[in-house]
Design a protein around this ligand. Structure first.
Ligand code: SF4
Length: 218
């Protein structure tokens, strides 16, 4: 099968426009958002971030200094908030223990080695690590999430039960290594999955990339 992901990306870009991801004013906020967004709607993450900002706690430095019991209720909208507060604390501790709190120092490390290190932090999985590397660190790691899996398995490009690494390799093999492209392509996929390629009743009739899709629903 001929795969031209650039054509697919261009169709999405034409349809939705450039997405300007990740929503977040600072590197710290992007990282905090990437940790909080797992298994929850972004609107809820926004509420949690607003709460953290109100209390002047939306930085890794403040998260590192602040007890878990103070952080957890502020991020309650993100569900599993106790576990997520722990993840935030774990990540902040990692940054301060390994890099003295210096994100530039962290992101200047060898990217593949850094990814391995991030994955050792308790609670940081592949999707979160890659989101941090791509969106906060500007490093070329393609992010795979449930939306990517849904869209591209329906399109017939990847198997639904493929591993994270296999799915990521599919994008790496078929795209130039380009941070801006990786950044926006992932955002476009999320848009498509939320608007047309929904979990139930995908709207294939209006889908902007239907011509590339092998599994169009009626
Ligand atoms: S044609 Fe339908 S199944 Fe295929 S990507 Fe578009 S919405 Fe999803």
């Amino acid at each position: 099968m001929d795969i031209n992901l650039i054509d697919i990306y261009n169709k999405l870009l034409e349809h939705y426009g450039y997405q300007k991801w990740w929503p977040g004013e600072t590197q710290d906020e992007i990282i905090i958002g990437a940790i909080l967004t797992q298994s929850v709607n972004w609107k809820n993450v926004e509420k949690a971030i607003k709460n953290l900002k109100r209390e002047r706690l939306c930085t890794l430095k403040e998260i590192h200094k602040t007890p878990l019991e103070t952080i957890a209720p502020l991020i309650r909208p993100t569900i599993y908030f106790n576990r997520k507060a722990e993840k935030l604390k774990n990540f902040a501790k990692f940054i301060y223990t390994e890099f003295d709190g210096d994100l530039d120092r962290m992101f200047s490390r060898d990217p593949a080695e850094l990814r391995k290190k991030l994955l050792v932090v308790k609670g940081i999985g592949e999707e979160t690590a890659d989101s941090i590397l791509l969106y906060a660190g500007n490093l070329p790691f393609f992010v795979i999430d449930a939306y990517t899996k849904r869209v591209f398995s329906r399109m017939g490009f990847i198997e639904e039960d493929s591993s994270y690494a296999e799915m990521q390799q599919f994008f790496i093999n078929n795209l130039p290594l380009d941070v801006t492209l990786y950044n926006d392509f992932h955002a476009q996929i999320v848009m498509l999955a939320k608007t047309y390629c929904k979990k139930r009743n995908p709207d294939c009739g209006r889908c902007p990339i239907a011509i590339y899709c092998q599994k169009q629903y009626s």
